[in-house]
Design a protein around this ligand. Structure first.
Ligand code: 13P
Length: 236
């Protein structure tokens, strides 16, 4: 079986000092897993430099749907590729919920990222209310619609139920496994499906052993070298 993936999402955290100390330790760890770190955009080049002699890839957390032009504040996929960025998270629940990003926009962003040669990490997931109403599968299926026709192998899907993100509540194997199976069934069984939501070094081995889990997308625990390296070491 191909190596499981562990991707860290730093969100709006970090400084030059913190990037140097955490990624410096990650660089020393000689990780066997397929690892990526998605840092805030101003630190991508620094992260690249620190991780240059490792297999750890560097990523961004969002990208513009536009390539070039009068779009103040935007960063294009071409610019990310230009500074050595290798992957990008797209459609994270925080982008959708807090910044009103739509599935259609996320689909355009993903296509733009793939065109620039970036690996896409496309996030899907339901809210607590949507799960309570029995609509989790329907919500995720609708978020997958924009992936139709995309070539496999150039992106992964991250299943991150928003109620598990930053809450300390991890989805159970009984919730994760059928959702990952559904995602593979809707797309292609070769698509890598990662789980995200309160993954820590202490629960990573259990989550990574769940059927149809090809890796994890890690938020808070990615800010600690001890935690993040522990999660990477749990990957098979
Ligand atoms: O949103 C996440 C990763 O993208 C998950 O965040 P936490 O690991 O902090 O729950």
């Amino acid at each position: 079986m191909a190596k499981q993936m562990v991707i860290g999402n730093w969100k709006l955290h970090g400084s030059i000092g913190q990037i140097k100390s955490v990624l410096g330790e990650v660089a020393q760890a000689r990780l066997a897993a397929n690892v990526g770190v998605c840092v805030p955009a101003p630190y991508i080049m620094l992260a690249k430099q620190i991780l240059q002699h490792t297999h750890v890839q560097c990523g961004a957390q969002d990208v513009s749907q536009y390539h070039i032009g009068p779009y103040t504040g935007e960063i294009s996929s071409g610019m990310l590729a230009d500074v050595g960025c290798e992957m990008v998270i797209i459609g994270h629940s925080e982008r959708r919920r807090l910044f009103g990003e739509t599935t259609e926009q996320a689909g355009v962003k993903l296509r733009s990222a793939l065109d620039a040669g970036l690996f896409g990490v496309y996030c899907v997931g339901e809210s607590a209310e949507e799960r309570r109403q029995g609509n989790a599968e329907k919500v995720v299926a609708a978020q997958l619609e924009v992936l139709r026709g995309l070539p496999m192998g150039l992106f992964a899907v991250a299943y991150e139920p928003s109620w598990a993100v930053g809450s300390g509540v991890v989805a159970s194997g009984e919730q994760i496994s059928p959702m990952h199976a559904l995602i593979k069934e809707k797309l292609d069984d070769r698509v890598k499906v990662l789980y995200g939501g309160s993954v820590k070094s202490g629960n990573a081995a259990e989550i990574l052993a769940v059927d149809y889990v090809d890796g994890v997308l890690v938020g808070g625990a990615a800010l600690s070298a001890f935690e993040f390296v522990g999660i990477c070491q749990a990957a098979r």
